[in-house]
Design a protein around this ligand. Structure first.
Ligand code: ATP
Length: 372
């Protein structure tokens, strides 16, 4: 595992709000975080997403100062924070399980966050608490007991408490994972609104790739202790740089096969070409951009999102059989069997039996080429 992808200089002249520079954290034989270099820009909503055990929480704890790296440096605004304890790092942290004090009112919980800092000049503590509760959309909750609030409301109180000292950085570790799906969707809109209103640099941890796409400016998709791709949600979804990212983020169809020919493409203005790729004896046609070095004999890996596979449509058509269907409301998610391979398709109407399914070359995304 190396330090790719690194992002030196990504933020222009001003130093990044948070920088990890070759950071490793080992527990005995396990490298929970393995030589990670990444930068979070000031004001950015940056999300660490990945499967269980990939090192998200450990990365967040290294930023918060609950852990010190085994190797490498964590910097805030260009300054190393090595040896600086969490309470002196100007970070607000929100955990998965609200961690509100049950015997204190909501207002007292928020005031607890203020204990470590004075309210802004000329503002009373009461006014500051009211301001924070307004911010999280709970203006009348100061006298309520935490237990009388819903999970989503409690998590907003936890955010108000974390934000009370006016930290430079907000760190959120799976804050919505204890909530049901509908509440999560509502709360993520509120979290993003609060973050935008304050313009506070935020690092967010989730295992939920849909949440990561919905809420973030940029996403680091992590695997085995290091990011595999760091990019905008759109780029991570549309242009995954590895098979792992292609399959972790949303539904996808990933193919790998031998290139049998490269053709000029009349309709492409940007120098794209078409690769004919042999998959199990059938030829699929895939657009290959100018920068990709693909020649006959190479092994090409590419993906096509289910929404781009069309029944009775597209250029590269294959015959497949409906294996299963899940009705999801606005669409039906259908698994087709194509010579022993699964193909995922979205359809509005139910399907059965044998179908022709295809895609346009431009709707395929090349993940990588192994030279012959
Ligand atoms: P999850 O989504 O399940 O919380 P994660 O991506 O946040 O996972 P981490 O909690 O950062 O992953 O853990 C990364 C790896 O490091 C795991 O293999 C974990 O078992 C290990 N690990 C984390 N903390 C410790 C610790 N204090 N002692 C030993 N091993 C640890």
């Amino acid at each position: 595992m190396g330090s790719e992808p690194t992002e030196r200089g990504a933020s222009g002249d001003s130093p990044p709000a948070v920088e990890l520079d070759g950071v490793t954290k080992r527990y005995a034989e396990t490298a929970a975080v393995d030589d990670v270099s990444l930068q979070v820009r000031e004001g950015e909503f940056f999300t660490l997403v990945g499967p269980s055990g990939c090192g998200k929480t450990t990365t967040l704890r290294l930023i918060a100062g609950f852990e010190e790296p085994t190797a490498g440096t964590v910097r805030f605004f260009g300054e190393s924070v090595a040896g600086v304890p969490p309470e002196d790092r100007d970070v607000g942290v929100v955990f998965q399980n609200y961690a509100l004090f049950p015997h204190m009112s909501v207002g007292e919980n928020v005031a607890y966050g203020l204990n470590f800092a004075d309210p802004p000049e000329g503002m009373s503590r009461e006014a500051r608490i009211a301001e924070l509760l307004d911010l999280v959309d709970l203006p009348d909750a100061a006298d309520r007991e935490p237990d009388s609030l819903s999970g989503g409301q409690q998590q907003r109180v936890a955010m108000a408490r974390a934000l009370a000292p006016g930290p430079d950085l907000l760190l959120l570790d799976e804050p919505m994972s204890a909530l049901d799906a509908q509440l999560r969707e509502r709360l993520r809109v509120q979290v993003r609104r609060i973050q935008s209103e304050l313009g506070i640099t935020t690092v967010y941890v989730t295992h939920d790739q849909e949440e990561a796409l919905a809420i973030s400016d940029r996403v680091a998709v992590m695997r085995d202790g290091a990011p595999e791709q760091i990019a905008s949600p759109q780029a991570v979804y549309r242009e995954p740089t590895s098979r792992f990212v292609a399959e972790f983020v949303g539904d996808n169809n990933v193919f790998a096969g031998r290139v049998t020919g490269i053709e000029e493409w009349d309709t492409a203005a940007n120098g794209d070409r078409i690769a004919a790729v042999d998959i199990g004896g059938e030829t699929l046609r895939v657009a290959v951009d100018e920068g990709t070095d693909a020649t006959p004999g190479d092994r090409l890996t590419f993906c096509v999102r289910p929404e781009y596979l069309r029944i009775d449509g597209g250029e590269s058509r294959v015959r497949a059989t409906v294996a299963s269907a899940e009705f999801l409301g606005e669409t039906t998610r259908i698994t087709l069997d194509w010579g022993g391979r699964d193909l995922l398709v979205r359809a509005r109407d139910p399907l059965s039996g044998e179908v022709l399914v295809g895609f346009d070359p431009a709707d395929a995304h090349v993940i990588g080429v192994d030279k012959a």
